[in-house]
Design a protein around this ligand. Structure first.
Ligand SMILES: Cc1cc2nc3c(=O)[nH]c(=O)nc-3n(C[C@H](O)[C@H](O)[C@H](O)COP(=O)(O)OP(=O)(O)OC[C@H]3O[C@@H](n4cnc5c(N)ncnc54)[C@H](O)[C@@H]3O)c2cc1C
Length: 264
């Protein structure tokens, strides 16, 4: 059993993001980068599947500049077995990204690809779906968990994506609640926020990670067409929030809601 987990280097969600004055991108000076939070959940899920038995190998894959090795080392320190970094400096859209992961999933003969439902930098929510389509594999998106995260199952670290033989049982979040799917392997599963709480990398884990294999592959060597079909024309910050206003009494609040906000 081999589980391929995708790991994207993204700006820290707690950092204040500033858009460049010409709208061509974001200001990256002194910006802290982290593992995409949804990918961290995917790594945790893969490790839980592995720890439940059956001898799974957890292989991480990232696409980007050399610096992405930092995020792969974080995943290796959490407990993944080895990592692949596809070196690509050029901009990629979701389809180009999915094509690269398609090649890796085939070359690695992965049984399961675990991915975040979206990357928090471009928020596309489509790479997993595109990958499943390119591979012709079943997919389950938004994997979540029936129990609250403080449940006994979560405290015991049990996986939410359960593999048995050649199939996987996946709980997924839908607007009205949770849906249970059974899909054949190999498959692509994208994970949502409430699937698990990722572990911290321990100090021994960080030491061990330094010796684990991290293979670098130039994107040109894969022989793929990854020219973007999607062009970003401009980024713009959201409008500044209006200042709040204090009212003196409930009567005044009702009056304002009625005459100005017109909501009652
Ligand atoms: C757990 C959860 C959390 C969410 N949180 C948010 C949130 O925070 N903010 C937010 O804005 N939204 C949220 N949503 C809504 C979510 O973003 C939308 O459901 C999603 O964008 C739609 O994408 P999809 O791939 O599910 O749609 P699809 O099912 O792929 O449908 C997309 C479109 O395809 C077309 N289509 C699909 N099937 C057919 C058909 N049979 N015939 C004709 N046309 C069809 C329709 O035009 C449809 O609108 C959430 C949804 C879920 C399930």
């Amino acid at each position: 059993m081999k589980i391929l987990v995708t790991v994207k280097r993204v700006p820290d969600p707690n950092a204040t993001i500033k858009v460049k004055p010409d709208g061509s991108g974001i200001v990256t000076d002194n910006l802290k980068y982290v593992v995409n939070p949804f990918d961290e959940i995917a790594i945790e899920e893969a490790l839980r599947i592995k720890e439940k038995g059956g001898g799974a190998e957890v292989v991480l894959a990232s696409i980007g500049a050399k610096e992405s090795a930092e995020q792969l080392r974080t995943g290796l320190a959490m407990g993944a077995d080895r990592a692949i970094l596809v070196l690509a400096d050029q901009p990629l859209d979701s389809l180009g990204t999915a094509r690269i992961f398609e090649k890796l999933a085939k070359d690695e003969q992965a049984d399961l690809v675990l991915m975040g439902k979206q990357a928090i930098d471009d928020d596309c929510n489509q790479t997993g779906q595109m990958l499943a389509a390119l591979l012709g594999w079943p997919q389950a998106t938004f994997a979540s968990k029936a129990e609250a995260l403080d449940s006994d199952a979560e405290k015991q670290g049990l996986p939410g994506v359960v593999l048995s033989g050649k199939s996987a049982k996946v709980l997924r979040e839908v607007d009205g609640g949770l849906e249970t799917l059974e899909i054949g392997l190999p498959a692509v599963v994208t994970v949502d926020l409430r699937l698990n709480t990722p572990r911290y990398a321990s100090l021994p884990g960080i030491m061990k990670a330094r010796k684990k294999e991290l293979k670098e592959v130039p994107v040109a060597s894969l022989g793929l067409d990854v020219a973007p079909r999607v062009k970003i024309h401009k980024l713009a910050p959201p409008p500044a929030r209006q200042a709040g206003r204090k009212v003196a009494s409930v009567e005044e609040l009702v009056q304002v809601l009625h005459t100005e906000a017109k909501v009652i």
